[in-house]
Design a protein around this ligand. Structure first.
Ligand SMILES: O=C(O)CCC(=O)C(=O)O
Length: 274
């Protein structure tokens, strides 16, 4: 294995409509062409005002709630230490040219089943990051039960398609630390915003500077899909996403006992990737 955890091979893990630079030479172009001909209205998120502002400067702007950005959340030294520690573990090939490391319970979302066995907790280096993020008022009480590290590389055409995260097991706040390069988190609403008279698909670009932390919650979490487009990965990018439990798994919820068990393991910070 190479020092960055690659196997040096050319394989990919794309299934169905997913694509990366390795496999798309062999796949039909229907999906790609369809997405290229779509009419989209582009907005840019401004953290200072929390507004989404029309990119061509002519259209309306609108409030965009549900995003919190913390610039320079980690130092350059911490970034180096975190990525070097990840590269000591194996990266598994994932869809759309990503690679992945999971520190969390094995979950079957379709059958709504959680397997505790094999989960050893979040990695040791995340302890200080979690203590730091909990200082932010919008992250008070944030107890991550899962950490997923993703590795994006322009040479593999890495991306993540627009999606909503599960909300049966995962709770309100999705917290991501962005490492090694700047990128853009694109929020999209296919049906537009009829209340603002915007009928076409809308994209709102959230700029993520290197070493920032971003929290996605509320409407941005539940109504808008999120994605990282291939063209927004210019250099190697690594991120760690932390997820908390939904109410069903917290005290008073139907699966509170299982939730408590998962949290005890997660917050032991003795984890190795599952
Ligand atoms: O790479 C990112 O910042 C987003 C990752 C993501 O959307 C996910 O893991 O579900």
């Amino acid at each position: 294995m190479a020092s960055d955890g690659t196997d040096g091979g050319n394989s990919c893990a794309c299934k169905g409509i997913r694509r990366c630079l390795t496999c798309e030479r062999f796949k039909d172009k229907v999906h790609i062409e369809a997405s290229e001909t779509k009419v989209v209205q582009h907005f840019l998120y401004t953290p200072e005002t929390r507004l989404a502002v029309c990119k061509d400067g002519e259209g309306a702007s609108f409030p965009f709630p549900g995003i919190f950005l913390w610039e320079n959340f980690i130092s350059e030294e911490e970034e180096k230490e975190l990525v070097s520690s990840m590269d000591h573990d194996l990266w598994n090939l994932s869809q759309s040219g990503r690679r992945k490391q999971d520190f969390g319970p094995k979950v079957n979302f379709k059958k709504q089943k959680v397997r505790v066995a094999d989960f050893t907790g979040l990695p040791a280096l995340s302890h200080k990051l979690v203590l730091r993020m909990q200082q932010e008022p919008s992250l008070v009480g944030f107890q991550p039960v899962e950490q997923c590290n993703l590795d994006y590389d322009p040479q593999r055409g890495s991306a993540i398609d627009p999606h909503l995260d599960d909300s049966w097991l995962w709770g309100e706040r999705l917290v991501t630390v962005n490492m090694l390069s700047d990128t853009v988190l694109t929020m999209s609403l296919e049906q537009g915003l009829s209340e603002l008279g915007l009928a076409e698909e809308i994209h709102v670009a959230i700029r993520l500077p290197r070493r920032c932390l971003v929290v996605v919650y509320g409407e941005a979490r539940h109504r808008w899909k999120h994605a990282i487009h291939r063209e927004d990965v210019h250099q190697r990018r690594v991120c760690s996403t932390f997820r908390e439990l939904s109410e069903e798994f917290l005290p008073g919820g139907q699966q509170a006992e299982l939730g408590a068990k998962l949290l005890t393991i997660a917050l032991s910070f003795k984890g190795t990737p599952v």
